[in-house]
Design a protein around this ligand. Sequence first.
Ligand SMILES: Cc1cc2nc3c(=O)[nH]c(=O)nc-3n(C[C@H](O)[C@H](O)[C@H](O)COP(=O)(O)O)c2cc1C
Length: 193
Amino acid sequence: MTKVGIIIGSTRPGRNGEAVARWVHELASQHGGAEYDVVDLAEFDLPHLDEAVPAAAGQYAHPHTQRWADAVRALDAFIFVTPEYNHSMPGVLKTALDFVYAEWNHKAAGFVGYGVDGGIRAIEQIRQVMAHLKVADVGPQVALSLWTDFVNLSEFQPDPRHEATLKTMLDEVLSWAEALRSVRAGTLAQPVA
Ligand SMILES: Cc1cc2nc3c(=O)[nH]c(=O)nc-3n(C[C@H](O)[C@H](O)[C@H](O)COP(=O)(O)O)c2cc1C
């Protein structure tokens, strides 16, 4: 069974990300076709990158890195639930991406963004990182507006139209995760320059 991690990209106290991730998890579970788990970066409590050796070498010195590597390795695909901070992704999400390498490779990803403009600039930046991590990111993405999908910028009440986009994105993520299964099975990740 394909395993999909719904990664909450914000750890901010009072964050909107948790409600968005719950919504994604509920709809994805109804959608089926895979096992869906919420992966909360707050529970991993990663520090600023403190590994001496770049992640692509796969030599992890710290238990927190190993724990994060184990969690990412167990997944076949990712749904990144990300807000936009200063036209980019939150630092905590970039750090989580940087901490490990081979564990991301040859998997699929989709995005649910939120912010003033649906988190689209944050997602565009994550897509650049995905290429380097060898993650196949699908085109359809959910863009939630703080103005129209939240009441008072904080109470999540998504417009129902987003459900169809989420389903399209899930279908593509699942098919790419499946298509890349043989690549994952047959490839040893090589260190990158
Ligand atoms: C440091 C910071 C920077 C932000 N910058 C942007 C931004 O550039 N564009 C945007 O659309 N929203 C921006 N916002 C608004 C966030 O997208 C919004 O507060 C969102 O709910 C944050 O996600 P979270 O509540 O899950 O942490 C910013 C919020 C914070 C805290």
